[in-house]
Every structure is written in structure tokens, then in C-alpha cells.
Design a protein around this ligand. Structure first.
Ligand code: NAI
Length: 468
């Protein structure tokens, strides 16, 4: 029986990054994956394919609606959806192939099949051909991720009631797409199909979209998406979904009123749930919490010696980059180093246009925690580069601790918010203040100057602002 220092079950961003770090540190490592390709949800049916479609559909939207403002005349713009989907698949293939190459470079053994922990220190891998291989491991990391949550009255049928997986591969834009849940998935995939011609209606249970993000910016995003043609019904609870001849009728209640919605496809995006079926964690006595997440300590150790868990299968935001950091910290702990993750600085992004990004505390969260804060805001309509780009929607907002000026949170709504938020995250990781950021020289003309200006605005000294 082959013996490893570390066996990682699951090859998503948590698992495969942990494998790379283990290889770098000279640990004899194996990674077990049940799917054909490495990379997990993120690379195969999540972050990457959705960003490919978001970019393609954003270009289409630009050609249709924005190019004219730049004096570019495009007479007829049409979509070749097949080609768009093929490009997305090619991007995915390049990256999953890249992960395979990274495993080789780092001398990580890839085992194809379902990994089951049969006893502490022992993993059996059952391949799709039905062959079973047993391996021994000093340390086992469970990195099996999450799957889409279903509504009890609307089980996925893969045709009319679908999850994000199918909504990444519709062969034509549905005439009417109903989206249940206004979180990252609903807003991103709703945007894709709205841009490609679907009439998109979003039903959300809460009185707001994008829970967890700054409320003011989330409201601005809702206004922008409404302007792009999406319809929102907030405080709307779906209670039934009927399918007849491939069409759906949803019944929902909104403020005591009963509403019905007709649709050709329904995307259920009401969250994801941890996935650890078949791993055998329960059989060896690993403890789970009330949300069926594996319980771990600050070093990702479960209650069973030598068994660890990281990523979506444990508590915390279900984000690829959070899983990656946990994977690295977990391996470093195993290797006798002091790995840790700073959960106060995990950025979150919704890749709509404009993009909504946030890191750290929102103004409301700081208030709930009784922290006195000062707020600095700067709108992109006062930023030269944003105006030159014809992309002046949105703003930057800083939340700084009143007593120390330390930045506790940063929130950005802008076409390039996903890139801009990284600066704020870096400054926060170093415990920086709004003054530190405001005194840093930023290139001109760039969108990042708005980040500096918002930092200066904490002290009410933003430069390019009239009517302060
Ligand atoms: P989510 O948890 O972000 O949002 C789900 C929304 O559905 C919530 O606003 C909730 O109030 C609403 N909801 C729940 N039940 C409902 C009902 N019966 N009727 C109407 N509304 C209902 O979930 P989502 O968008 O499915 O994403 C799942 C996970 O994947 C999240 O943790 C998310 O952060 C992550 N993700 C992150 C992305 C990113 O970083 N860009 C992209 C896609 C997913």
C-alpha cells in the first residue's frame, strides 16, 4: 500500500492549492478527484466559466449600447452563442489542464476516483471503472466543497428548473428567465442572459439584493441592473413552482399579495450547501455542526487525529480564495510552520457591470458591533479616467475606525471593482489607516485615484470634489 505524508480529497481551489504548497514543502502528496477534470466547481462549473460568459456578454452589450458613445458605429451586432460557449469551454480546458501540469511540477500524485476515509490514516479510491486502490496517509485533508441548494418544492430537473451548472450552458437564451435569489449567482447569471436577450425577473426573499455587501452600493447596483432591463421583486417569497409542457409557473407572496410568474427556465440560486457525501467522515466519527459543515479548530483539524477540512465544507464564506488561503495555512501547520488566515480581510465580489466588491466590515456591521467609524466616499463621476472610459457609474467607500483611523472596510461599485478592491485589501492586511492610503502616490489618470480620494474623504479632504 503506497504511503503519503498528505492525501487531499477534492481538487478545487482549496485542495489543489494545498497540494501545490505541500509539494513545495517537500511533503509526499496525493490528490483524489472523482470528476474527470481537476479544478472542482470553480474551474469547471463556477467562477471561471461564469466569468468567461460575463466578459463575452459584456462585450456584446458594449457593442450594442455603448460603442456609439465612443463614435464607433456598428450596424448590426449579433451573437453566435455556440461560439461563445465554445470559447468558455476552451478557457476552462486550458485552466484544468494547467492544474494537471501544476500537480506534475510539484510532484503530486493524482488519483482518479471517489476518495473514502476508511479509517484514520487510510483512504480508498474507487475509480469510475470500479477499481479500488487503498493508500495510507499521515494527514488527510477533506476539501470536497459544496453543491447548489434546492428548494423543497422545486427540485432541479436540469431542463426547466436549473442550477448554475446548466445556466452556464443554455443552448439559446431563454425568452423568459426567472431567477430565485439575488445573491452572487443570481445576479451574475441573470446579467449574462439578460444581456444575451432573455427577459430576466429576479425574486428575492429579503428587502435587498446582494446580502453581505454594503447596502448603499447594493441599492445602486440594483438600480443599474434595472436600467439594463432586469426586473426585481424584493420581499417576495416563492412558495410553489409548477411545470407544464416545459414552462414554469411560480407562485409567490409579496406583502400579503399573491403573485404568479411565467417562465421558460427557472434558475434556483438560493445558496450552496457543504458536500461531503461518500467521504466517510461521519463513519470515522468526524463532528459536523448544525449546518452539516465539518467542525474544525483554528488549524483546520477535525476532532479525529490526522483528519483536516478546508473550504466550502467548513464554516465561512463559500469563496475560492478563502479555500485557497485555508489550504495553504493547513499544509503549513502540518509542515510545522505557523499558517493562519486573516478572516477580517477576505474580499467578496459580484461580477456584474458595474461590479460590486467589498472587504472587511460594512458601515452597518461596524455599527452593530458598537464600533465608532468615519466614512469616506468618492464617486467615479469625479474621476478623470472613469469619465474618459465612459464608465463613471459607482463609488468607493471606506469605513475607518474613528479612534485610530485604521481601515476596517472598503466597498467599491465600478466596472473594474474586482481589481480595485485588492489595493484596499493589501492596506488592511498591513493594518493601514485611511491616511496611509491617502498619502500614497497613485498614477494619474487611473481609476485607483478614486480609491485614494475616498481614503482622503475620511478626513473630509478629498481633492476633486465640488459641493463637499
Ligand atoms: P447566496 O447565499 O449568495 O444568495 C442567495 C439569495 O437567495 C439570498 O439573498 C437569499 O435571501 C435568497 N433566497 C433564499 N431562499 C429564497 C427563496 N425561497 N425565495 C427567494 N429568495 C431566496 O447564494 P448564491 O448566489 O446561490 O451563491 C452561493 C454561494 O456561492 C455563495 O456563498 C456565494 O458567495 C458563492 N458564489 C460567489 C461568487 C462570487 O464570488 N462572485 C459567484 C457565485 C457564487
Amino acid at each position: 500500500m503506497e504511503k503519503f505524508d498528505v492525501v487531499i480529497i477534492g481538487s478545487g481551489p482549496g485542495g489543489y492549492v494545498a497540494a501545490i504548497r505541500a509539494g513545495q514543502l517537500g511533503l509526499k502528496t496525493a490528490i483524489v478527484e472523482k470528476d474527470k477534470e481537476l479544478g472542482g466547481t470553480c474551474l469547471n462549473i463556477g467562477c471561471i466559466p461564469s466569468k468567461a460568459l460575463l466578459t463575452s456578454s459584456d462585450h456584446f452589450s458594449f457593442a450594442q449600447k455603448e460603442a456609439g458613445k465612443h463614435g464607433i458605429v456598428i450596424d448590426q451586432v449579433t451573437v453566435d452563442l455556440n461560439k461563445m460557449l465554445q470559447r468558455k469551454d476552451k478557457v476552462v480546458k486550458t485552466l484544468t489542464g494547467g492544474v494537471r501540469a501544476l500537480m506534475k511540477t510539484n510532484k503530486v500524485t493524482t488519483l482518479e476516483g471517489i476518495g473514502t476515509i476508511t479509517a484514520p490514516g487510510k483512504v480508498s479510491v474507487k475509480s469510475s471503472k470500479g477499481e479500488t486502490q487503498e493508500v495510507e496517509a499521515k494527514h488527510i485533508i477533506i476539501a470536497t466543497g459544496s453543491v447548489p441548494m434546492e428548494l423543497p418544492f422545486a427540485k432541479f430537473d436540469g431542463q426547466t428548473i436549473v442550477s448554475s451548472t446548466e445556466a452556464l450552458s443554455f443552448t439559446e437564451a431563454p425568452a423568459r428567465l426567472l431567477v430565485i435569489g439575488a445573491g452572487a449567482i443570481g445576479l451574475e447569471l441573470g446579467s449574462v442572459w439578460s444581456r444575451l436577450g432573455s427577459e430576466v425577473t429576479v425574486l428575492e426573499f429579503l428587502p435587498r439584493i446582494a446580502l453581505g455587501f454594503d447596502l448603499e452600493l447594493a441599492n445602486l447596483l440594483q438600480r443599474a441592473l434595472t436600467g439594463q432591463g432586469m426586473t426585481f421583486h424584493l420581499e417576495t417569497k416563492v412558495s410553489a413552482l409548477k411545470i407544464e409542457n416545459g414552462h414554469a409557473t411560480a407562485t409567490a407572496s409579496k406583502g400579503g399579495e399573491e403573485l404568479t410568474f411565467e417562465a421558460d427556465k427557472v434558475l434556483v440560486s438560493v445558496g450552496r450547501r457543504p458536500f461531503s457525501e461518500g467521504v466517510g467522515a461521519d463513519k470515522i466519527g468526524v463532528e459536523f455542526d448544525e449546518k452539516k459543515r465539518i467542525k474544525v479548530d483554528a488549524h483546520y483539524r477535525t476532532n479525529v487525529e490526522g483528519v483536516y477540512a478546508i473550504g466550502d465544507v467548513i464554516a465561512g464564506p463559500m469563496l475560492a480564495h478563502k479555500a485557497e488561503e485555508e489550504g495553504i495555512a493547513c499544509i503549513e501547520t502540518i509542515a510545522g510552520k505557523s499558517g493562519h488566515v486573516n478572516y477580517n480581510v477576505i474580499p467578496g465580489i459580484i461580477y456584474t457591470n458595474p461590479e460590486l466588491a467589498g472587504v472587511g466590515l460594512t458601515e452597518d456591521q461596524a455599527k452593530e458591533q458598537g464600533i465608532e467609524v468615519r466614512i469616506g466616499k468618492f464617486p467615479f463621476r469625479a474621476n478623470g479616467r472613469a469619465l474618459a472610459n465612459e464608465d463613471a457609474e459607482g463609488m468607493v467607500k471606506f469605513v475607518a475606525e474613528a479612534k485610530t483611523d485604521r481601515i476596517l472596510g472598503a466597498h467599491i461599485l465600478q466596472h473594474a471593482a474586482s481589481e480595485l478592491i485588492a489595493e484596499a485589501a493589501s492596506v488592511m492586511e498591513f493594518g493601514g489607516s485611511s491616511e496611509d492610503l491617502g498619502r500614497t502616490c497613485h498614477s494619474h489618470p487611473t481609476l485607483s485615484e478614486a480609491v485614494k480620494e475616498a481614503a482622503l474623504a475620511v478626513e473630509k479632504r478629498a481633492l476633486h470634489i465640488v459641493n463637499r
